[in-house]
Design a protein around this ligand. Sequence first.
Ligand SMILES: Nc1ncnc2c1ncn2[C@@H]1O[C@H](COP(=O)(O)OP(=O)(O)O)[C@@H](O)[C@H]1O
Ligand SMILES: [Mg+2]
Length: 360
Amino acid sequence: MSGKIKCLECGFEAHFLEPHLEKSCIGVRAYVEKYENAELMSSIGKMKLDELRAESIDNARKIFPIRGVFGVDIGKIKEARGYIRPFDQTPKIDPDYVFRKDLLIYVLYALENKNERVLLTGPTGAGKTSVIEQTAARLNLPVTRINADGDMTRGDLVGEWKIKGDSMYFMYGLLPSAMKKGHVFIVDEWDAAPPHVNMVLQAVLEGKPLMITETSEAIYPHDNFRIFATANTVGQGDSTGLYHGTNHQNYATIDRFSLVEYVDYPEKSIELKILSKKLGIADKEAIGKMISVASKIRSSFAKEEIRVTMSTRTLVNIGIKMLDFGDIAMAYKIAYLNKLNQEDKAVVGEIIQRIWGVSC
Ligand SMILES: Nc1ncnc2c1ncn2[C@@H]1O[C@H](COP(=O)(O)OP(=O)(O)O)[C@@H](O)[C@H]1O
Ligand SMILES: [Mg+2]
């Protein structure tokens, strides 16, 4: 029914018989001697193997120097392993991306050590997802990203039975595929997924195989498989009131992350570089003013004087609108102020007035 083949020795069914034969049956060599011409993999298995081969052909591992590739030194790690060429699933390089030493160090550390599982938490638009993707982009690593939300199911992660004609087949979810192919797996907005679904990740976060109970298979992680998660909270509720839709997570899942870092907005000198690169301008005075407004808003938010903060994402967007419309007040309005309630709008309007001398 499922398109699997049967072990002629014991009747066990699988797409690949070799692991079964070696681990719990008579061994591959004895099997092929005993059952000449017997198949060792199903047609689906052959297809999967061809896909994997096609991906690894022509792509060899390559050592990249950290300073040369990322433009910064990060202490002990001097080199990182990647591939000569990008895969189809390698994120596109953002040429204007500015690598932050404080984040790059953890991403590279986890890429170099297969037993590390990283959770990056922090406010929206601070650079959590992009640092993982851009690091992978520079090293030509293949990435699978799943955007978690309240409707994410176990089937999305692990896979589910599908009907085709009058037979059924198991369509693998994103996780087992990434584990088999050795991808960098990003669970984006991890805290938005229901806690019982995230519990599927527990074994994987320990470096153990993923048990697919539906097919009685154990998926062993490829040596290059890595798992990262990003989230606005640490899975213990949102104290800011900004991140509706995040869920309390099971602490046993949280406990399995081996490296957790809080990602705040970049320090001023880095944000200055990001803005000049992304906007393609060198007007230090204007960029300095934009950053001053952002840092005043962030400190007002920290003091609980206003309910929202300002992300690097928004800062870049305000800059783009300033360039496109040539009007500072309008740029602030359409890219930021119109998202705020009346009280916050008034406070932020004053900050902008003080720094830019314009009223919004
Ligand atoms: N270091 C950086 N260099 C360049 N742009 C950045 C950097 N950090 C953040 N950004 C900008 O901010 C946006 C949001 O970053 P992202 O990583 O998606 O945030 P998060 O995952 O924390 O919500 C990016 O698309 C990019 O425009
Ligand atoms: Mg993100």
